[in-house]
Design a protein around this ligand. Structure first.
Ligand code: IPD
Ligand code: CA
Ligand code: CA
Length: 263
C-alpha cells in the first residue's frame, strides 16, 4: 500500500472510532443546523480534527479541504475530507454512514479511503492500482443495461435545489430500472458502485468531499464518472453520474437533456 494511503487509512479508522464511540449516545449530542436539513454535531467536528491531526503530523506541508473546517494551507497536495458522510442517518441510528478521505495531487485524484465503521468495511484505492474492500479487489457490475439495473441516488433536501427537475429524472429511472435506492451517504453509494452492489448512481448538488474518494474508486473498478452531460468537471459542479460503462451511457441519455438546467 502506498505510504500516503496507509496514513489515510489510519486517519479514517481513528475517525471511525470517534463515530462508533458516540453512536449510542446520539441523544446527548449537541446538534447544530448549518442550514435547513443540514446538520453538524460535535462528532463530525471531532472526527475531522482527528483526521487532520493524523495527516498533518505525517505531511505538515499538505493542504486540506474539509467539510467542517474548510480550506487550510496551500499545496499541490490537497486532502479532501468528509469526516462523517451521512450525518442525518447517524443522528437517526440508521446504520449507513462513513468517513471519506481523498488525496488530490496537482489537481488529480490519487488516493481514496472510505470507511464504514458499522459494517467495518474499509474501501481503499490508488490511481492505477485498483480498488479493494478489506483487501478484496472490486470491479463494477456486469449489468448490461438500465433494464434490470439497481441504481442509487440522493434526493434534493436543501431549499436551493431544483426538486421538480430532479423528480423528472427520478420518474424516468424508476420506470426504466429494477429499482432505485436512497441510502443517504453519497460516499458509500459510490463505493457500492465500485463494488458492483449498485449498477449506477446519480445525484445533483454534491460537494467535493462527498464525491472525491468514491469517484476514484468507481474509476479504479472499471466504471465511468461524469457530470450530467458526460463532461469531466463534476467535482466542481457537484452533479455526478457514476456507473459501469454500459449503464453509464444509458444514464447519460436520460440525464443529458437536464444538464443545461443544472448549469
Ligand atoms: C450528505 C450525504 C447524502 C447526500 C447529501 C450530502 P453529509 O452528506 O452524502 O447522501 O444526499 O447531499 O450532503 O452532509 O451527511 O456529510
Ligand atoms: Ca457528505
Ligand atoms: Ca459530512
Amino acid at each position: 500500500m502506498h505510504p500516503m494511503l496507509n496514513i489515510a487509512v489510519r486517519a479514517a479508522r481513528s475517525a471511525g472510532r470517534v463515530i462508533t464511540r458516540n453512536m449510542h449516545r446520539v441523544d446527548t449530542l449537541t446538534i447544530e443546523s448549518k442550514q435547513r436539513n443540514d446538520f453538524v454535531t460535535e462528532v463530525d467536528r471531532q472526527a475531522e480534527a482527528e483526521i487532520i491531526q493524523t495527516l498533518h503530523k505525517a505531511y505538515p506541508d499538505h493542504a486540506f479541504l474539509a467539510e467542517e473546517s474548510g480550506q487550510q494551507g496551500d499545496s499541490e497536495f490537497v486532502w479532501i475530507i468528509d469526516p462523517l458522510d451521512g450525518t442525518t442517518n447517524f443522528l437517526h441510528g440508521f446504520p449507513q454512514f462513513a468517513v471519506s478521505i481523498a488525496l488530490q495531487v496537482k489537481g488529480r485524484l490519487e488516493h481514496g479511503v472510505i470507511y464504514d465503521p458499522v459494517a467495518d468495511e474499509l474501501f481503499t484505492c490508488s490511481r492505477g492500482e485498483g480498488v479493494s474492500v478489506n483487501n478484496r479487489k472490486l470491479r463494477v457490475s456486469k449489468q448490461k443495461s438500465l433494464s434490470g439495473a439497481l441504481l442509487g441516488t440522493g434526493f434534493p433536501y436543501r431549499n436551493d435545489q431544483e426538486l421538480d427537475i430532479y423528480l423528472e429524472t427520478f420518474r424516468q429511472f424508476i420506470a426504466k430500472t429494477a429499482g432505485v435506492r436512497r441510502p443517504g451517504a453519497a460516499a458509500l453509494d459510490l463505493a457500492y458502485v465500485a463494488a458492483g452492489r449498485l449498477d449506477g448512481f446519480w445525484e445533483m448538488g454534491l460537494k467535493p468531499w462527498d464525491m472525491a474518494a468514491g469517484a476514484l474508486m468507481v474509476r479504479e473498478a472499471g466504471g465511468l464518472v461524469g457530470n450530467l452531460d458526460g463532461g469531466d468537471n463534476w467535482l466542481k459542479k457537484g452533479n455526478i453520474i457514476a456507473a459501469n460503462p454500459r449503464v453509464f451511457h444509458e444514464m447519460l441519455q436520460v440525464l443529458k437533456p437536464y444538464a443545461e438546467r443544472y448549469a
